[in-house]
Design a protein around this ligand. Structure first.
Ligand SMILES: [Zn+2]
Length: 259
């Protein structure tokens, strides 16, 4: 079924599994804990079936659309949207808006994905794209991207102090919550992205520069790999293994995930 090659145990989630996850496992309490770090009213977004082509039949027309969820009264209503759309991916908007819906700032973030890593076995992203395997990754790339996340965090510590690392289902995100980071201009973000790339970090510049404002929602399900998006403490990152770690294995995989 899987169109992309993924580490052992990682595979697309079925609609029924997405339903099970968002009905029984999606923790509003944990999501609330994450939202407490953010500013203003958060907009959410989902993509139902752009990459997996797995979607409820009634949403066929909108399977690839990024659907913004900004009208909700509470998180349980957000959960209702999840169980209705059964998305392959869920995000939130890093932009901060005022009461008139004007952008007043943006959470600063770094995105490290395994496919961007040049692998001794599978080559560069360009090599993988040529084989139509742009979203594929292997265990070695996962390990290398983790090492980059650790080093990038340490590099950023010279400038920022309020940071969180999130396992995104594929790679890692570093979120920066320092007040001055919210206020960075697009130009300043681009400059930091450029410098970080010059240091050898294989980040997605669109995310750091801010053109891509959506970022994966912690505690949501990554439906391409059947993993739960989870924050990971920097100190435990070295030992963190998303192929086996119980925190990111959804219940529907159970023990079969690692066998
Ligand atoms: Zn590889």
């Amino acid at each position: 079924m899987a169109k992309y090659h993924l580490p052992r145990g990682m595979r697309y989630s079925t609609l029924e599994e997405r339903r099970q996850f968002y009905t029984e496992e999606f923790s509003l309490e944990k999501v609330q804990g994450w939202l407490a770090l953010l500013r203003g009213k958060v907009k959410f977004a989902v993509i139902i079936g752009r990459h997996t082509r797995i979607y409820p039949e009634k949403y066929k027309e909108d399977a690839s659309t990024t659907i913004i969820i900004d009208e909700y009264t509470g998180l349980s209503e957000v959960q209702d949207y999840m169980t209705e759309f059964l998305p392959e991916a869920a995000y939130y908007d890093r932009n901060v808006y005022d009461e008139n819906d004007r952008k007043t700032g943006q959470e600063f973030a770094f995105d490290l994905d395994p496919e961007n890593i040049t692998c001794p076995i599978h080559g560069s992203l360009a090599d993988k794209m040529q084989r139509h395997q742009g979203l594929s990754f292997c265990k070695l790339e996962l390990e290398l991207v983790k090492k980059q996340a650790i080093r990038l965090y340490e590099h950023l510590e010279a400038q920022f102090s309020r940071m969180k690392i999130v396992y995104s289902g594929r790679g890692f995100h570093i979120h920066v919550f320092d007040p001055e980071a919210y206020a960075l201009s697009t130009k300043e973000r681009r400059q930091i992205a450029k410098k970080v790339k010059e240091k050898g970090f294989q980040i997605d510049e669109w995310v750091t520069a801010g053109s891509m404002r959506l970022i994966r929602l912690p505690y949501s399900l990554h439906g391409l790999v059947s993993r739960v998006v989870v924050p990971v403490e920097k100190g435990e990152l070295d030992r963190f293994d998303p192929v086996h770690d119980k925190r990111c294995i959804p219940k529907f995989l159970g023990n079969s995930a690692t066998s």
